[in-house]
Design a protein around this ligand. Structure first.
Ligand code: ARG
Length: 567
C-alpha cells in the first residue's frame, strides 16, 4: 500500500465539519490505494458513528480539499464513504523510468540506523553445521544484504561457540582417549564429531568426567597452554569445515567467536559491579533479572564463564567498541529466553535505552525448527540432525537431473549446466519451507525459487528475442502504463521499496519473498495479456520487462539467490 505523507499543505477549509477533522487529518496519513477502498471512514467515526449521508459528505469534503498532485489521477467517494484515490499512470511510469535511468539503488529505503551487527550462522565447534545453522545463515545473510542495500554498514558476525564447557569436555575426552598425547592427534572432522558425541554421552552419565570437563573449560578460559594447544587445533579443523559450507552458500561473514570477548569480560563485569548489579550466590557471581527465576550467570562458582558471560561481553563490545546502533541475533526460537534475559540485563545496566523501540537496540530474529513432514523433527537416519553439506549436495544433484531431463545438457556446456544446477539447488534450499521436501522445493510450481527463477529467465528470453539493445531503449524509449495489466505490474514494481523496508524493520526477509512471488505472478499475467514483441507498444513493454527483471534480480540478490538467464 502506498502511503501518501500528509506533508501536503491543507487548502482553506470550506466546510465546517472539517474543523473537527483537521487535527486528525494532520496527524494521520492518508492511504492511497490503487482502486481499493481506504478507510477515510475512520476519520469521520471518531466522535460518533456517522450516517451514510455524512460519510459521503465527509468523503467529498476530503476530495475537495486535497491539493492537486501529479501523483493523483482521480478521486471518488465509494458508496460506503471511503475515498478512493487512483494514482496517475503517468506519475507511475515516470517513477519506473527514473529507476531505469538511475539504477535500482535509487529505490533503496532509508532506515533510522547507519551501523548494525548481524550475529548469525554461529555454529559450535566440533559439531557439524546442521539445518538450523543453515537457516540462521540464510536468514542472517539476507537481513544483512537488505540492511546493506539500505546503506547501513553491517558487521557480519559469526559468534562461534568455542569457549564453553562443551569444548572443555571434548579436550578432556581427547586426553582420555589418547593418553600421553597433547590432544591434537585427531585431524579428520568426522572423527572429531564422533568423539564429540561420545564425550557428550559420557558427560551426561559420568559425574566424575563431568567435573573434569568443567575444570578443563575453566583452565582453557584461564589460558592454560596445555588446553590452548588442542583448543586451537580443534577450532581450526571446525573452521575449515564450516568455511566450505559458508562459501557454498555464498555468504560473507567474519568469525568473532565467544573466545574473542575474553579480554572484555573483566571490564564488563566491572561496569555491572560499579552499578551494584552483581550479587554473590553460592559462590557464583550473578545478576538478578525481573521475571526470571534463574539469575544471569556471570562467573560460576568454579570461576568458569558461561554462554551468558560471553554474550554480555559481546553486547558491551558491540555497543561501546563497534558503535553498533542495532544488534540483531539470528537463532532458533528455542533461544528466545536467553536473549530476553540478555536484553533485559543490558537495559538494567543502562547499556540499552529502556524503550525497546529506540536505538541503540538489540533484537532477536528467531525462526522455528525445520521438520520432515508429519510434524516430526527433520533428522537423518543415523544422526539427530542432518548435515547441511549433505542437503546442498542432494539439492544440486536433483536439480541437475531435472535439467538433463529437460534437455539442457544439449544446450549448455558442462560448466554452465553445473553452475545452473548449483544456483537452482542452492536457491531451492534457501527458500525451502519449514517442512523439508526436495520434491516441493525443486518444483517449478507455486511459491518456489525454481518458479521465480523461471519467470526471470522468461523475461530475459523475451528481451533477447526482441533483438533490441535494451540499454539504448532505456536512453530514448518511452514507458507508458496504459493497459490494466501494465498498470498492475507497474504499481507492484513501485512497492518494492516498501517491501524491503518492511522486511528490514520487522526482520522478516520473507516479506521480500512474498513480494517477489507476487511480482512474478503479476508479470505472468501481463505477459499473457499484453503482446510484447511486434506490438505497437513494443518499446514501452520491453522497458517494463526490463524494469521487472531488474527488480527481480535485486530481490534475488537480497535473498542470496543467484539468478540464471536460462531455465
Ligand atoms: N552457538 C549458538 C548455537 O549454536 C548460537 C550463537 C548465537 N549468537 C549469540 N551471540 N548467542 O546455538
Amino acid at each position: 500500500m502506498l502511503l501518501l505523507d500528509n506533508h501536503f499543505p491543507m487548502k482553506k477549509l470550506v466546510l465546517s465539519p472539517w474543523l473537527l477533522l483537521r487535527p486528525l487529518l494532520e496527524r494521520k496519513r492518508l492511504e492511497i490505494i490503487d482502486g481499493l477502498p481506504n478507510n477515510a471512514m475512520r476519520l469521520c467515526s471518531i466522535k460518533k458513528l456517522p450516517s451514510h449521508c455524512e460519510l459521503l459528505f465527509y468523503g467529498q469534503a476530503l476530495i475537495m480539499n486535497l491539493p492537486t498532485s501529479e501523483m493523483v489521477q482521480s478521486c471518488f467517494v465509494a458508496d460506503h464513504g471511503s475515498v478512493n484515490v487512483v494514482l496517475s499512470s503517468k506519475w507511475m511510469a515516470k517513477g519506473i523510468a527514473s529507476m531505469l535511468t538511475n539504477g535500482i539503488d535509487s529505490w533503496a529505503p532509508t532506515l533510522p540506523v547507519k551501523r548494525a551487527v548481524v550475529d548469525f550462522c554461529s555454529p559450535n565447534i566440533a559439531k557439524e553445521m546442521h539445518v538450523g545453522h543453515g537457516r540462521s545463515t540464510i536468514i542472517g545473510d539476507s537481513l544483512a544484504r537488505m540492511l546493506e542495500y539500505s546503506n547501513v554498514h553491517v558487521l557480519r558476525r559469526n559468534h562461534v561457540g568455542d569457549w564453553g564447557t562443551n569444548v572443555g569436555m571434548l579436550i578432556e575426552y581427547l586426553f582420555e582417549q589418547f593418553p600421553g598425547s597433547d590432544g591434537t592427534a585427531v585431524t579428520a572432522i568426522g572423527d572429531l564429531q564422533s568423539l564429540y558425541r561420545d564425550s557428550k554421552a559420557k558427560f551426561y552419565w559420568d559425574p566424575d568426567f563431568r567435573r573434569k570437563a568443567q575444570l578443563a573449560a575453566v583452565r582453557l578460559q584461564g589460558g592454560d597452554p596445555a588446553y590452548l594447544k588442542p583448543w586451537a587445533h580443534i577450532c581450526e579443523i571446525s573452521r575449515t569445515e564450516s568455511a566450505k559450507v559458508i562459501k557454498r552458500l555464498q555468504v560473507e561473514l567474519e568469525e568473532k567467536g565467544e573466545s574473542f570477548y575474553k579480554p572484555y569480560i573483566a571490564n564488563m563485569i566491572g561496569d555491572l559491579k560499579s552499578k551494584g548489579l552483581v550479587k554473590e550466590s553460592d559462590g557464583a557471581q550473578v545478576m538478578f533479572i525481573k521475571d526470571f527465576m534463574i539469575p544471569l550467570m556471570l562467573v560460576k562458582s568454579d570461576g568458569g564463564f558461561t554462554y551468558n558471560t560471553t554474550d554480555m561481553a559481546a553486547l558491551w563490545y558491540r555497543l561501546n567498541e563497534e558503535k553498533a546502533e542495532w544488534i540483531i541475533y539470528v537463532t532458533e526460537a528455542g533461544q528466545q529466553g536467553h536473549f530476553d534475559m540478555l536484553f533485559k540485563a543490558a537495559r538494567k545496566a543502562g547499556w540499552l535505552p529502556s524503550n525497546v523501540k529506540t536505538y541503540p537496540r538489540a533484537s532477536h530474529a528467531s525462526f522455528g525448527k525445520v521438520h520432515g513432514g508429519g510434524n516430526k523433527q527433520f533428522r537423518s537416519r543415523y544422526t539427530d540432525t542432518v548435515p547441511l553439506v549433505a542437503l546442498l549436495h542432494e539439492a544440486k544433484g536433483r536439480s541437475k537431473t531435472a535439467l538433463i531431463k529437460r534437455g539442457y545438457d544439449k544446450e549448455m556446456t558442462l560448466d554452465e549446466l553445473d553452475q545452473t544446477a548449483e544456483a537452482v539447488g542452492c536457491g531451492a534450499l534457501k527458500s525451502t519451507s519449514y517442512t523439508f521436501s526436495y520434491d516441493q522445493m525443486l518444483s517449478d510450481k507455486g511459491d518456489t525459487a525454481v518458479y521465480l527463477l523461471k519467470v526471470h529467465a522468461r523475461i530475459c528470453s523475451v528481451i533477447r528475442k526482441s533483438g533490441k539493445d535494451i540499454d539504448e531503449l532505456k536512453k530514448r524509449g518511452k514507458l507508458a502504463l496504459d493497459h490494466a495489466e501494465e498498470r498492475a505490474l507497474g504499481l507492484h514494481l513501485l512497492q518494492f521499496t516498501e517491501a524491503v523496508e518492511e522486511a528490514c524493520t520487522k526482520l522478516l526477509p520473507n516479506v521480500v519473498c512474498k513480494y517477489l512471488y507476487k511480482l512474478s505472478k503479476q508479470y505472468t499475467k501481463f505477459y499473457f495479456n499484453c503482446r510484447v514483441i511486434g506490438s505497437a507498444e513494443e518499446t514501452s513493454r520491453l522497458l517494463l520487462c526490463e524494469a521487472t527483471a531488474i527488480v527481480m534480480r535485486k530481490c534475488f540478490h537480497l535473498l542470496g539467490i543467484t539468478p540464471v538467464d536460462k531455465l
